[in-house]
Design a protein around this ligand. Structure first.
Ligand code: NAG
Ligand code: NAG
Length: 247
């Protein structure tokens, strides 16, 4: 007798069930907070994508605040337009629609937090873009950061996002790349401003991460470095791996 295998339709169904059940037992659940969609007014797309690709085997849940954007920037001209857009609605583009209001985030069901960079972090999650070290952090974002920190759950930050930690956790160790401006490091003044806030800045290359083991902070420079996208992708990948290792 010939062994009769499962029909094609069954095999397809099993494949779906298998992927659903492996989803149900995800290794880690990581909250990723977005700040819009586009480097000059929201989240930097390539950093967000690198985070999501490297989290794909673990499990990500996306969040964004339901607030108006400070700017809508025409990325061809590099100029703000009179348009009004909402941070949650714009972030949903990156999330393929699967995103929640940041106000609903509950640290209890989550293992770690990651916030990619982009000017949205400095414009909508904080006022760093206009006030630098004197900035304020949005109440919602600050309480989320404090909740993960208090629960000893790791926080991954890249590009400009480490300024949030520098402001909230004085004395923490972070990197945004290098503290001396040059063609490769056009935003090096950020490191100086963070030092003035009392944190320790560790110079590092774009592929490297710094782990603050006391505060469970994992930071990497990403597009603070004037580098090609594959270097950003690799640095962000290292950040995600360290976050998952600590979670
Ligand atoms: C921060 O505030 C101080 C004191 O008010 C002021 O001297 C400084 O220029 C401000 N810095 C920025 C970047 O706004
Ligand atoms: C329109 C606008 O400015 N929206 C907000 C962007 O985020 C910053 C920081 O939280 C808020 O102060 C703004 O009101």
């Amino acid at each position: 007798p010939v062994a009769v295998g499962p029909s094609r339709a069954h095999r397809a169904l099993w494949a779906v069930q298998k992927s659903c059940s492996s989803r149900g037992t995800m290794a880690k659940r990581v909250a990723v907070v977005l700040a819009g969609c586009g480097v000059f007014d929201g989240t930097e797309l390539h950093e967000a994508s690198a985070v999501l690709v490297h989290l794909s085997r673990a499990g990500a849940q996306l969040y964004a605040p339901n607030i108006p954007q400070m700017h809508v920037v025409d990325h061809v001209k590099g100029q703000p337009t009179p348009e009004q857009r909402n941070v949650l609605v714009e972030s949903a583009r990156i999330a393929r629609g699967n995103i929640k209001d940041l106000a609903t985030l509950d640290v209890k069901g989550l293992d770690a937090l990651i916030i990619p960079g982009g000017f949205g972090v400095a414009k909508n999650l904080s006022t760093w873009a206009t006030q630098g070290k004197n900035c304020s952090i949005s109440k919602e974002v600050e309480s989320v950061l404090r909740a993960f920190h208090a629960a000893h759950k790791p926080i991954g930050l890249c590009c400009i996002s480490p300024v949030l930690a520098a402001k909230i956790f004085p004395g923490c160790e972070v990197t945004v790349g290098h503290d001396t401006e040059c063609e490769q490091w056009p935003y090096a003044k950020t490191a100086e401003a963070m030092k003035e806030l009392g944190c320790k800045h560790i110079n590092s290359q774009v592929s490297e991460v710094h782990v603050d083991t006391r505060n469970l902070l994992v930071t990497t420079s990403a597009f603070m470095c004037n580098a090609p996208i594959h270097h950003i992708h690799d640095g962000v990948g290292n950040m995600v791996r360290e976050v998952l290792r600590l979670a």
